[in-house]
Design a protein around this ligand. Structure first.
Ligand code: BGP
Length: 469
């Protein structure tokens, strides 16, 4: 049955800091990720060198020097699009230079040209956990409005340069994660008591909403045919009440609203009442001007891009933890966990698509989904990864169901179609790829690439436009 639209964007997604390596070459400045030896979710941010080792983002899989070969694999896979981020610090090393770094700009010219020559459409995240370190140290990242004009300058530069090559853009990766991993999501630290921390969170997200609106306004001027989206972690919203206790059910809604608020403001253009209630209850007053609200209202985003890895369960009053995968609640007896403890729940993805359709009615783009697992490279160069194939097929079937439910899903980019460094743990061992990279947690290995069994599974699905599912 023909379920997936003809122009469905089958793809893969990575982030500059988890793949490129080459962290300080050709004028690149230091990003927050470059000083997190063990993964960004762990908030190791005090700029300490651990045994002189900065493996994760300093070398990663050296995509910077291997992109040609790597994109050839992506082309063989049949990808229609490839999502990556532009490293802000390649373009503006500290975020504050007057003019951009030409070497950095050239790199993305080559990268996008290569994709286009293969018939792969570039999809760009403007800021993926890669705030320039200087902006964290000087301003505590997005807590400060100083970042808005700096971001605008960065956007102007990349829109003017790549506007003719890139049609799909998204501003901030998983902005809603600011509640659980503020250093990664907003380049900031939280301090003081809970209400002060809440104030910081709402101030930072507000500043990012303004920056998103500014980017949308700029896009209309510079590249009017571009599609501008927001990107959220919907694993953060895929939360089930742990019981039918009304307190668990209502508490779950409150928790989900930490995610919805970002979509409500940036897609509908207004702050919802439930947020104003939180501000009143905690006696916090973020600095928000009438002019900014007008700007947000007039420059809403067109589509909602999201990641979805897992679901969680919530019991009223419980302390919520979070990592890159979403929130971590009570174990769900109905689901099996991945090797890294993330419950595998394809139906949760169908639920999220439907929820987005019902709440916003806008196009949606599943830009991250995947299974992080350890793989074994056999002596004959083979890698057998049936669990990854199974995860892929089940989640794509769930999207197929969502499309039949009436959801406007425009594409799907599997997370890490080639192995990259894990954002959360800094490990190489937690692999998502259809292509294996010979590189271990200690940075050893030949860097050679190998196709895994799952490679052909995804290839077949794409070749049949999803009909083989
Ligand atoms: C998301 C991030 C990605 C990515 C993914 C998987 O939150 O946007 O950068 O890494 O999670 O997480 P991890 O790498 O920790 O397995």
């Amino acid at each position: 049955m023909k379920i997936f639209p003809k122009k469905f964007l089958w793809g893969g997604a990575i982030a500059a800091n988890q793949a490129e390596g080459a962290w300080n070459v050709n004028g690149k400045g230091t990003a927050i990720t470059d000083v997190t030896p063990s993964g960004i979710a762990q908030n190791i941010h005090d700029n300490k060198v651990e045994n002189g080792k900065f493996y994760p983002s300093h070398e990663a899989i050296d995509f910077y020097h291997h992109y040609d070969e790597d994109l050839n694999y992506m082309s063989e896979l049949g990808l229609k699009c490839f999502r990556t981020s532009i490293a802000w610090t390649r373009i503006y090393p500290t975020g504050e230079e007057k003019s951009p770094n030409e070497e950095g700009l050239k790199f993305y010219d080559h990268l996008f040209d290569k994709m286009i020559s293969l018939g792969i459409q570039p999809v760009v995240t403007i800021s993926h956990y890669e705030t320039p370190l200087n902006l964290y140290q000087k301003y505590n990242g997005w807590e400060s409005k100083e970042l808005i004009p700096l971001f605008e300058k960065y956007c102007r530069t990349i829109f003017e340069r790549y506007g003719s090559k890139v049609k799909y853009w998204m501003t901030f990766n998983e902005m809603n994660n600011v509640h659980t991993i503020p250093y990664a999501a907003a380049g900031m630290d939280l301090s003081g008591d809970y209400s002060h921390q809440l104030l910081q969170i709402y101030q930072a997200t507000h500043n990012m909403y303004v920056a998103n609106a500014v980017a949308n306004r700029l896009a209309k001027e510079i590249m009017p045919s571009a599609h501008m989206g927001i990107m959220l972690s919907l694993s953060q919203a895929a939360v089930y009440p742990a019981s039918p206790n009304p307190k668990d059910v209502f508490g779950t809604l409150q928790l989900q609203r930490r995610t919805f608020v970002s979509a409500d403001v940036q897609l509908k253009g207004e702050y919802p009442g439930y947020v104003k209630r939180i501000w009143r209850d905690y006696k916090i007053k973020p600095n928000i001007t009438e002019e900014e609200l007008k700007l947000i209202k007039e420059n809403t985003s067109e589509y909602l891009a999201f990641s979805y890895y897992r679901s969680s369960t919530y019991e009223n009053g419980m302390k919520i933890y979070g990592d890159t995968g979403g929130v971590v609640g009570k174990p769900n007896p109905f689901l099996k966990d991945s090797a890294w403890g993330w419950p595998i729940d394809p139906l949760g993805l169908r639920w999220m698509c439907n929820l987005v359709q019902d709440r916003y009615g806008c196009p949606m783009f599943v830009v991250e989904n995947g299974l992080g697992a350890a793989d074994t490279l056999e002596s004959n160069g083979k890698i057998h990864d049936p669990e990854r194939s199974d995860y892929l097929v089940k989640h794509l079937k769930a999207i197929g169901e969502a499309i039949q439910d009436g959801c406007n899903v425009i594409g799907y980019t599997w997370w890490g179609p080639i192995d990259i460094v894990s954002a959360g743990t800094g490990e190489m061992k937690k692999r998502y790829g259809f292509v294996y990279v010979d590189r271990d947690n200690e940075g050893r290995g030949t860097m050679k690439r190998y196709k895994k069994d799952s490679f052909n599974v995804y290839k077949k699905i794409i070749a049949s436009n999803g009909e083989s599912l």
